[in-house]
Ligand binder design. Structure first.
Ligand code: ZN
Length: 503
């Protein structure tokens, strides 16, 4: 066969693998939104079969020989879509084929049991019940890392899978710089009187919350012809196929905190609008998704925090919110509302943390995850290490493990080497945003009037349309003219919180 025929054969295979993934996504979306509870076990089995089929296909030795033929042909133009296609197929093939399928199956089964154990143990505050699962999880991840001897740290293989090109060594330096900037800023802000945000716990009728989310999505430019908004226990965004990128949100059961559902919606909008605006011709290739977990998160956080918690956004939306929820908000003016939704306080729960303290929660998890993988920290000592770090970094210690080391599903559900993506997303959101403002200064006035289409067009042109054609490192350099840097993020936080808190 010629190299062109081999390339065509690879493309056919890649399309099948993508479509198997989309079939899994349909079932997973249904599982989280509509599926009746009794369907759990059989759904788990079906998802397992699809996942195994997809894994077998990408790990197939035939892919290796086709890749070798195309790579050695010398015919791929550097920078072309085909070259990116081959790079990504190589990357996924290596990740899938180096790890023996028995180990992959063992991990899938273990993770599922571990997550179920956590679901039971967390409300019971029973760390002892999950401890053996966690110890086994660490061991399994260390075994996976052994198949990637090119990585210096046992966590690097897992970090690289989520954020290509990142490593423990790079992140340690980055996070140290970030922490050095954040700690004094948090101290300065929390020394000021805390704004009153009690009114956010009023009752906001659920139907109105969802209707408001729909309106905000429409004005932000969400494509309802190619997506939809539903409810689930945990908000998420998911791609079910070309022309089908969905999001979910959650309204609190007591209907309090309209911001919770609205900000979750805007966050997921950022993920979904990225996927909705990838070049349609990338459908069927591994380019048909975001560049990395961190770059993806830069978009959810850009729209949620930089846009969604800004003065310009609320100058437009707040009168509308007040009209929709007049009982709860009629006595609250815009200034009080803005201070309340940007309230900074050290807290114990990551998902409830504000923009300023959020990354301190991540850095704690990252450091402990490294130590667990290195074997420096035993799983049995993890709750104590967690408490000690919260005490030293945030000045608080959780009363129990439920709100301490057991609060996040990640380690219990098998998600290792992913916490860094949230902070990388925060850093990148500001780096991309400041570049957009430099290149198009008129965006500032538009955003002050809650007109976001110009910013959205810029993101589409520079980031969204490319999917994962470029590596995250290439993309950041190409878009911003510089490698990843915390400077724009720190400047953004200083300016915003300096103004809000009169520093
Ligand atoms: Zn996200």
């Amino acid at each position: 066969m010629t190299w062109a025929e081999d390339l065509a054969s690879l493309k056919e295979r890649a399309r099948d693998i993508q479509d198997l993934g989309h079939a899994q996504a349909v079932l997973a979306w249904d599982q989280e939104t509509l599926m009746p509870p009794k369907a759990g076990p059989s759904r788990g089995r079906v998802l397992g079969v699809l996942s195994r089929l997809a894994h077998e296909r990408i790990a197939d030795q035939k892919i290796a020989s086709l890749l070798a033929s195309v790579e050695s042909s010398g015919k791929l133009k550097p920078g072309s879509d085909d070259a990116a296609f081959i790079r990504l197929v190589r990357r996924y093939h290596e990740h899938a084929s180096r790890v023996p399928s028995e180990l992959v199956a063992e991990i899938a089964e273990h993770d599922s049991r571990s997550q179920q154990a956590w679901v039971q143990a967390r409300p019971a505050n029973d760390f002892a019940a999950v401890e053996p699962y966690l110890a086994k999880s660490v061991e399994l991840r260390r075994r996976v890392s052994e198949y990637f001897p090119e990585h210096a740290h046992p966590l690097d293989t897992h970090i690289d899978a989520a954020d290509e090109g990142m490593s423990v060594a790079v992140l340690r330096t980055l996070f140290r710089q970030l922490r050095d900037e954040l700690v004094p800023l948090v101290q300065a802000v929390t020394a000021k009187p805390a704004p009153d945000d009690g009114f956010l716990s009023s009752k906001f009728p659920k139907a109105k919350q969802l209707a408001f989310s729909h309106k905000v999505l429409a004005r932000l430019g969400y494509d309802f012809e190619g997506g939809r908004l539903d409810e689930s226990a945990h908000p998420f965004s998911i791609t079910l196929g070309a022309g089908d990128k969905r999001i979910t949100t959650r309204v609190r059961s007591d209907e309090s905190d309209v911001l919770y559902s609205l900000m979750s919606t805007i966050h997921e909008f950022g993920h979904s609008t990225y996927e909705q605006n990838i070049k349609p011709e990338y459908d069927g290739t591994p380019m048909f998704t975001g560049a990395s977990a961190g770059v993806h998160e830069s978009q959810s956080r850009l729209w949620e925090n930089i846009v969604g918690r800004s003065r310009g956004f609320w100058t437009f939306w707040y009168p509308r919110l007040q009209r929709a929820f007049s009982k709860a908000l009629k006595e609250v003016d815009l200034e009080s509302f803005l201070r309340a939704i940007n309230k900074v306080e050290t807290s114990l729960i990551r998902t409830e943390a504000d923009e300023l303290t959020y990354n301190l929660h991540i850095i704690i998890r990252f450091d402990l995850e490294c130590e667990l993988m290195e074997g420096k920290l035993a799983v049995k000592d993890l709750p104590e290490a967690w408490g000690a770090r919260y005490q030293s970094d945030l000045g608080r210690r959780a009363a129990d493990d439920r709100d301490g080391v057991m609060q996040d599903v990640h380690w219990y559900g098998g998600y290792w080497g992913v916490f860094q993506s949230y902070t990388l997303g925060n850093i990148l959101s500001a780096q991309f945003y400041s570049t957009a403002l430099q290149q198009q200064p008129e965006l500032a006035a538009q955003l002050a009037a809650a007109k976001t289409s110009g910013l959205h067009r810029w993101m589409k042109k520079n980031i969204y349309q490319h999917g994962s054609k470029f590596t995250p490192t290439e993309l950041v350099q190409r878009v911003t003219g510089s490698p990843l840097t915390i400077a724009p993020y720190i400047a953004y936080l200083r300016e915003k919180y300096g103004a809000l808190y009169g520093l």
